[in-house]
Design a protein around this ligand. Sequence first.
Ligand SMILES: [Zn+2]
Length: 136
Amino acid sequence: MSGDAKIIEVLKDAGLRPTKQRICVGRLLFTGKHQHVSADRLQLQIRELGQKMALATIYNCLHQFHKAGLLKKVNAVNDVIMFDTNLSYHHHFLNVDTGELTDINKEAVSIAGLPSLPDGFEALSMELTIRVKPQI
Ligand SMILES: [Zn+2]
């Protein structure tokens, strides 16, 4: 199956119509290797391929992919939203100098002493972000 056929299938399976823009963004995201991307970085990558896409269009694609369960959102530095293709439960190192996220396997973290939840609430998720910067 060609790359695009696979992406079209991924989009259709997620209930998304495979538009030209979604296929273009999906081609960069679903490479088989997990990655963390921002809309800005994707726009640069699209430019490098000699194509053009408005930032708002890229944001729309990313939010639609997120809503359809194809991406996770991670808050990075300066309110930048990073999108993560790794949907499994895991944690992150966040380099505050570069904004780069690195996955931490869930097995590498154990969290004890959690508070009980507020009455009437259930836990949906809990992810740890360890903010790091290079030592001087
Ligand atoms: Zn991740």
